[in-house]
Design a protein around this ligand. Structure first.
Ligand SMILES: Cc1ncc(COP(=O)(O)O)c(C=O)c1O
Length: 400
């Protein structure tokens, strides 16, 4: 009898976490490493939010709460959905968890049975397929091609739906490509979903506020009200509020689903950190002024890194409209050989050689379901990006 659960055989560890850990290890060993792997803003958490947490500690708000969140935070979340997305929810339709990741995990664990299919557009956030597998479901991948801006078409969506389809996990702005669907493009997809009444929508809006082009963010239940009763709208404070370490994510959807998610959370982790919940109340109810000013900085960095990468022969980098990632293709470099004699057969080899030879840590595209490419997180200083770009360019120029 094996000691470890056979469930583990179905999943792999997160490659983004693995890259960050390897870069840290090399750093500790004295190597000059630039890590562009982690998906988190380099800005500090805004001080009004930190102060709210400190005040919560001093006020003794340090005990257990209801498993899926305090009433004040649920109300703040309802107000946020009404304000930003034109969506009306009541607190019993809201669930708060330890990060957006746990929200998604709870929802999949609460709904998937063996054989259930979950449609995931690629390139996808690394955790989606593995979470589906952990929950006993089957990921069905639809490829969003580079020439289509990494977006899937209504036709491809329709073709992927079977009687076994339970969910589509939809993510815009996207990690890892930064691609953003316009409201019209979302309408094209919701027109298909409207007719497929057994399919539920998990809309992962984690990067909602990180948008750099001149169109409005839209989410599925807002674009197509007919989908409201079978949509879980997922969001969180990690990215827009620079709160990755506080671990607060949330979702709103039909009461029966929210209740099922609460049951799982109550028997696993219980409530998300009480102090972080009070910080999140301030994040959602307090000033939002830093979001546009942070976006000016992110946009500048995006333009900078896209230009640097497109100036390198063999690399093609589309201009993303949101999030803080770029996803350049390295098709033009496959088959070349590094100065140390390693043949670049795929993007995993490219990324490994790049880290060893130059100290620049990025994540390979195959981990996100579309290769050969790599992902850069540009949530770091301009100087860091320029230096990383210089090293990548010099590495690529050295290939023969
Ligand atoms: C698309 C997407 N969804 C969800 C998450 C999870 O966010 P959190 O840190 O709140 O768990 C991430 C984090 O990288 C993400 O990129």
């Amino acid at each position: 009898m094996p000691f470890l659960s056979t469930t583990l055989d179905r999943v792999k560890p997160s490659p983004t976490v693995a890259v960050t850990a390897l870069a840290e290890e090399l750093k500790r060993g004295g190597k000059d490493v630039i890590s562009l792997g982690a998906g988190e803003p380099d800005f500090p958490t805004p001080s009004n939010i930190s102060e709210a947490a400190i005040a919560a500690i001093h006020a003794g708000k340090t005990k257990y709460t209801a498993p899926d969140g305090i009433a004040e935070l649920k109300e703040a979340i309802c107000a946020k959905f009404a304000r930003d997305n034109g969506l009306t929810y009541t607190p019993d339709q809201v669930s708060v968890s330890g990060g957006g990741k746990q929200v998604l995990y709870n929802a999949l664990m609460a709904t998937l049975n063996p054989g259930d299919e979950v449609i995931i557009p690629a390139p996808y956030w690394v955790s989606y397929p593995d979470m589906v597998l952990l929950a006993g479901g089957t990921p069905i991948i639809i490829e969003g091609k580079l020439e289509d801006g990494f977006k899937i078409t209504p036709e491809a969506l329709k073709a992927a739906i079977t009687p076994k389809t339970k969910w589509i996990i939809f993510n815009s702005p996207s990690n890892p490509t930064g691609a953003v669907y316009t409201p019209e493009e979302i309408k094209g997809l919701t027109d298909v979903l409207k007719r497929e009444k057994h399919v539920w929508v998990m809309s992962d809006d984690m990067y909602e506020h990180l948008l750099y082009e001149d169109f409005d963010f839209a989410t599925m239940a807002q674009v197509e009200p007919e989908l409201y009763d079978r949509t879980l709208t997922v969001n969180g404070v990690s990215k827009a509020y620079a709160m990755t370490g506080w671990r607060i994510g949330y979702a709103a959807g039909p009461v029966a689903l929210i209740k099922a998610m609460r049951k799982i959370q109550s028997q696993s982790t219980s409530n998300p950190c009480t102090i972080s919940q009070w910080a999140a109340v301030e994040a959602l109810n307090g000033t939002q002024d830093f979001i546009p000013s942070n976006n000016v900085i992110f946009k500048r960095r995006r333009d900078l890194i896209v230009k640097i990468l497109n100036d390198i022969e063999g690399i093609e980098c589309p201009m993303p409209a949101g999030a803080f990632y770029v996803y350049p293709s390295i098709k033009g470099l496959i088959g070349k050989t590094t100065k140390s004699g390693v043949k670049i057969t795929d993007d995993e080899t490219f990324v490994k050689c790049l880290l060893e030879d130059t100290g620049v840590a990025v994540v390979f595209g195959a981990a996100f379901g579309l290769a050969p490419a790599f992902r850069i997180s540009y949530a770091c200083s301009d100087e860091t990006l320029v230096e990383a770009g210089r090293r990548i360019a010099s590495f690529c120029e050295g290939l023969s």
